[in-house]
Ligand binder design. Structure first.
Ligand code: NI
Length: 242
């Protein structure tokens, strides 16, 4: 496996329509392995083949909505197609090909994709929150579309600052969890709480979580994933030690 160079906005490759994958061979496996490694190295939550210069319909997405104790894992989608979407979420969205730029983007809250795996077998996969966002974002890459084209507006430094300034700590809870208690606990410890409504967050989680906000969306999702997987880490955050 190897890290691949991530093309940046302005490179024509990123505007091209990608062709379907027809050969499920070693070359494809190597591409998918490299894409996962490149995405992880860049702390992203999704990467499409054209971003590494390959005009084929293949993407990888990091599934961060995992149960406590489980690690986030990479979903490989070959020739993916959105077959169902539901709901809506909105928030800042970024891209590894457009570093440092965030745009306000509306996406479905839920998305279902039909795709092939690396061996050509068809399967369906569902995504919620950030994963649904990533499915839509990555599949758009295969049509040569960047999030910049679907963004309501690109956020200025000041807007981003304001958005993230709301607090250093952000609680993100499913409606089914008793979210009042951790929030009160955080507040009693002097930790600012921003929001806990699912609509305020692009990351609708299956369970309780506590999210530290930074300016880097990718890093946010990584931290969130870690928080969700690691209760010690979560307790440290509640205690204000991280
Ligand atoms: Ni992207």
């Amino acid at each position: 496996m190897a890290l691949r160079n991530i093309l940046k906005e302005g490179d024509e490759t990123l505007t091209k329509h990608c062709r379907p994958v027809t050969d499920f061979n070693e070359r494809l496996h190597l591409l998918l392995d490299d894409m996962a490694e490149t995405m992880n190295d860049a702390e992203g939550v999704g990467l499409a083949a054209p971003q590494v210069g390959v005009l084929r319909r293949a993407v990888v997405v990091l599934e961060t909505n995992v149960a406590e104790g489980e690690e986030p894992y990479v979903i490989e989608l070959v020739n993916p197609r959105l077959i169902a979407t539901e709901g809506e979420q909105e928030g800042p969205e970024g891209c590894l090909s457009v570093p440092g730029v965030y745009g306000w983007v509306k996406r479905p809250a839920y998305a279902k994709v039909r795709a092939q795996d690396r061996n050509g077998e068809y399967f369906e996969v569902e995504g919620h929150g950030l994963t649904a966002r990533a499915f839509c974002h990555e599949i758009a890459h295969l049509e040569g579309q960047l999030f910049l084209e679907v963004s309501d507006h690109i956020m200025s430094e000041e807007e981003l600052e304001a958005y993230y300034k709301v607090a250093d700590l952000f609680l993100c809870m499913s409606e089914h969890e008793g979210f009042g208690i951790p929030i009160l606990e955080a507040m009693s410890r002097g930790i600012p709480v921003v929001a806990y409504a699912a609509t305020a967050v692009p990351y609708t989680m299956g369970g309780a979580g506590i999210l530290v906000r930074t300016k880097d969306e990718a890093s946010v999702s990584r931290k969130m994933a870690r928080v969700l997987c690691d209760s010690n880490y979560r307790e440290k955050i509640i205690a204000g030690q991280l």
